[in-house]
Design a protein around this ligand. Structure first.
Ligand code: FPP
Length: 255
């Protein structure tokens, strides 16, 4: 019989996903406009991107702008887009130097032409990066991504390029925006909310979930260490028994 220790999750964390929540509350606590919280949130993004590279984490997915965020006041939407453009401008050389590849997921057709152009430019310029893939979810909703994926599959079936019998988990995954990117191992959500909020609905099927009260602008390397310690203390079963996991060495760790 395997002991609990044997089953600790010792495999490297390959893919980290984060719902960056609490920017507005961070600003409100300081009597600042909401955009000040978003600006500080970008600082946290650069800290955590660097930390992922340092730890050898291969994929980082960040929920930067949801489908629902289009409903925020126009001024806030514009400010978020301006921050995104500044981020791309200020970080692209560092991304190239550090082997960071940018990938965007979401309904990007809704983004302005200037944002789309800038994203496409940085995606192209960082395409050879092989240290970390930074996945920015923009104008993103999990249900929307799944529906668009279903549309692609239906088109393929109707065009005779796919037999329905060939459709399985991995094929459908490949038709999502995230394509061949492996599923997240760990989802972190900041600010005390305990919801998935339409983020990576398909891909998070087996992810460990970690919720912290810390607001996103305050999330730093110390907080990340706490999340990773917690992750590594979990048993990942993937629907199997302890004995099966011990026999196959499925549960695993590192970063
Ligand atoms: C949630 O906080 C955060 C967002 C809606 C946007 C996240 C955006 C950033 C961190 C900055 C832009 C990112 C990049 C990669 C340049 P909230 O506004 O919902 O906070 P609240 O719940 O406290 O109001």
């Amino acid at each position: 019989m395997a002991s609990g220790k044997d089953l600790e999750n010792t495999a490297p964390l390959n893919h980290l996903a984060i719902i960056m929540d609490g920017n507005g509350r961070w600003a409100k606590q300081r009597g600042l406009p909401r955009i000040a919280g978003h600006r500080q949130g970008v600082e946290a993004v650069t800290t955590i991107v660097d930390e992922c590279v340092r730890r050898g984490i291969r994929y980082l997915s960040l929920f930067a702008f949801s489908s629902e965020n289009w409903g925020r006041p126009q001024q806030e939407v514009e400010a978020l887009m301006a921050l995104l453009l500044q981020f791309l401008e200020s970080q692209q050389q560092k991304m190239i130097d550090n082997g960071i590849r940018l990938k965007v997921i979401g309904d990007i057709a809704r983004l302005s032409a200037s944002v789309r152009t800038s994203l496409a430019d940085v995606e192209a310029r960082t395409a050879d990066g092989d240290a970390l893939t930074l996945i920015l979810a923009l104008s993103y909703g999990g249900r929307d991504e799944i529906l668009r994926g279903v549309g692609k599959v239906v088109d393929e079936v109707l065009a005779g390029r796919l037999e329905l019998a060939e459709l399985n988990d991995s094929y459908f995954s490949s038709r999502l925006d995230s394509g061949s990117i492996p599923d997240p191992d760990l989802l972190i959500r900041t600010s005390g909310e305990m919801r998935i909020s339409n983020f990576l609905l398909w891909q998070l099927a087996y992810a460990e979930l970690y919720f912290t009260d810390v607001l996103w602008p305050d999330f730093d390397t110390v907080e990340m260490q706490k999340a990773l310690d917690d992750y590594h203390s979990r048993k990942r079963r993937f629907g199997l028994t302890d004995d099966q996991l011990a026999a196959t060495g499925t549960s695993g760790q590192g970063d």
